[in-house]
Design a protein around this ligand. Structure first.
Ligand code: ADP
Ligand code: ZN
Ligand code: MG
Length: 518
């Protein structure tokens, strides 16, 4: 859909968006209420037991790690942790849920009333207009702004199994001949976060989800893999004429498995709603499905068909009472979050904000970088950052590995930067050493030694070579001295040839300039 169409609609209407984000606690060893392992994929129905299959009489035992992870998540986004909380049964029938109810939380969730600040750059349809610059927005001079998005709650529940509709078109029942069910995922600890309707543009929604994902990753509670469904974002969206204070009727969009899909689905939905209103129609409250291929949403089910979930307290588990001491213990486990880390990289290491944000956003990269800076010294932070964002990132992408899985360790990168700095090797040679480090895992010093790569920086030796080159090229020397200074490149090339590329170009230039000038 055309971007300008969205901008056009947003001139007349203000969009109101609230997100519901499900995240599997994939770092839990076991499921939410039984001892079955938490893993993705595998042969269907192999990681199941009487508890997660909902056999009569099987009793749930809550997973302490999952509860702690949820409280940690709440603390990371400034939620209040409930002194008293409880699991409820949410009753409905669907074949992917063996018990015919889901153990979830209702009016007593673990975390409530948090917030997360998102930064939005200046420009385009990503902008809020004046009427939506509410109290929760801080404007910068250039039009960029920070919006504080309220978090209503985070609760913990168990994930469902998975249906496979055989013979159907992608993701839908249409045309399917039969369905299969896999309960491996059933019972996986699942956090659900709900935001206040504080988001105003698809871009804000994307930024919110991206930032939340980085925070969850830095907490180490989930792999947040959107393609595998371990992080799933649903968007609630409505529009209202600019200046109105009442919310319009919302629709809920599901099935967005990337940040781009989230953005595009919301943008589509905003434009669609405006078109319905323009034709004199009315928005129906319904759940809609995003088709990433067709780039459109379609109605899935209307709210009129909505279930009465008949929530009641889970009778097989007592309520929870968290002491403030226990909450403080969990709080003490909070790692440095991406925002704070970014500030530190800018403040202590002097990195440009964009570079700092990229490094800080990835815990593995940030830890590697911190390690290398500790060894090489703060004054080499910028050099190290350049290697990390350039060669090192390219290598990790190409091999689809994490920094800790690389053969390169922080000390090696620190040493490499030192070798360039003391002119043992040139920057160009350093790239070759880097490639060799990546494949062999050898330290850069050893590689330089082994390959005889040592750059000739010794001024005495280079002086002799330069003299030889000048003596062998008297005509060029004359031309140079009579004004053809562009010949300097020719002389440098001759010296490089003599040294088989191992002369330090900076030193060569210095020596040449001195000898030719005289
Ligand atoms: P429901 O009862 O349909 O589940 P909730 O009030 O629980 O609705 O809200 C669900 C999500 O929808 C929340 O993220 C909330 O911020 C958002 N939301 C609520 N009302 C609106 C609205 N009119 N427009 C857009 N989003 C909304
Ligand atoms: Zn089980
Ligand atoms: Mg609700």
């Amino acid at each position: 859909m055309a971007k300008d169409r969205l901008a056009e609609v947003l001139e007349r209407y203000e969009a109101v968006i609230g997100l519901e984000i499900h995240t599997e606690i994939t770092s839990a060893n076991t499921k939410m209420f039984c001892g079955c392992p938490v893993e993705f994929g595998g042969e269907p129905n192999m990681r199941v037991c009487p508890v997660c299959l909902g056999m009569p009489g099987a009793l749930p035992v809550p997973n302490e790690y999952a509860i702690e992870a949820t409280v940690l998540a709440g603390l990371a986004i400034d939620c209040d942790i409930a002194p008293r909380s409880q699991f409820h049964r949410k009753n409905y029938f669907y074949p992917d849920m063996p018990k015919n109810y889901q153990i979830s939380q209702y009016d007593l969730p673990f975390c409530e009333r948090g917030h997360l600040d998102i930064e939005v750059d200046a420009g385009g349809a990503s902008q809020r207009t004046d009427s939506s610059r509410a109290a929760n927005v801080t404007l910068a001079e250039d039009g960029a702004y920070v919006a504080r998005i309220g978090i209503t709650r985070i609760h913990l529940e168990e994930d469902t199994g998975k249906m496979v509709h055989v013979g159907g078109t992608e993701g839908r029942l249409a045309g399917a001949t039969h369905s299969l069910v896999d309960f491996n995922r059933a019972g996986t600890p699942l956090m659900e976060l709900v935001t206040e309707p504080d988001i105003r543009t698809p871009e804000e929604a994307r930024r919110f989800a991206q930032k939340l994902r980085l925070i969850w990753l830095s907490l180490g509670i989930s792999d947040c893999n959107m393609e595998e469904g371990s992080m799933r974002v649903d968007g609630n969206v409505s529009i209202r004429p600019r200046g109105d204070s009442e919310f319009g009727t919302k629709t809920e969009v599901k099935n967005m498995n990337s940040f781009k899909s989230l953005h595009d689905a919301l943008a589509f939905e905003i434009v669609r709603q405006a078109e319905v209103l323009a034709e004199g129609g009315r928005i129906v409250q319904e759940t809609r499905h995003w088709d990433a291929g067709a780039k459109r949403t379609s109605a899935l089910r209307s709210k009129e068909e909505a279930h009465d979930y008949r929530y009641f307290p889970e009778p097989d588990m007592v309520p929870f009472e968290f002491t403030s001491e226990w909450v403080d213990e969990v709080r003490a486990k909070l790692p440095e979050l991406p925002d704070a880390r970014k500030q530190r990289f800018v403040g202590d290491y002097g990195l440009p904000a964009a570079d700092a944000a990229t490094l800080a956003g990835d815990t593995g990269m940030a830890e590697f970088f911190d390690g290398a800076v500790t060894i090489a010294g703060v004054e080499r932070a910028k050099q190290l950052s350049n290697w990390m964002l350039g060669e090192f990132s390219a290598l990790l992408n190409a091999e689809a590995i994490a920094p800790s899985e690389s053969r390169i360790v922080p000390a090696m990168l620190a040493e490499l930067v030192g070798l360039v700095e003391d002119r043992t090797i040139s920057s160009k040679q350093a790239k070759d050493v880097f490639a060799e480090m990546a494949s062999s895992g050898d330290a850069p010093g050893a590689i330089v030694e082994l390959k005889g790569m040592k750059q000739v920086s010794d001024t005495d030796e280079l002086e002799r070579i330069v003299e030889r080159v000048l003596e062998a090229n008297p005509d060029e020397v004359d031309k140079y001295r009579s004004g053809k200074t562009g010949l300097i490149g020719y002389f440098v090339g001759q010296v490089m040839k003599e040294t088989r590329g191992q002369a330090n170009p900076q030193v060569v230039n210095e020596v040449l300039a001195r000898k030719l000038g005289g």
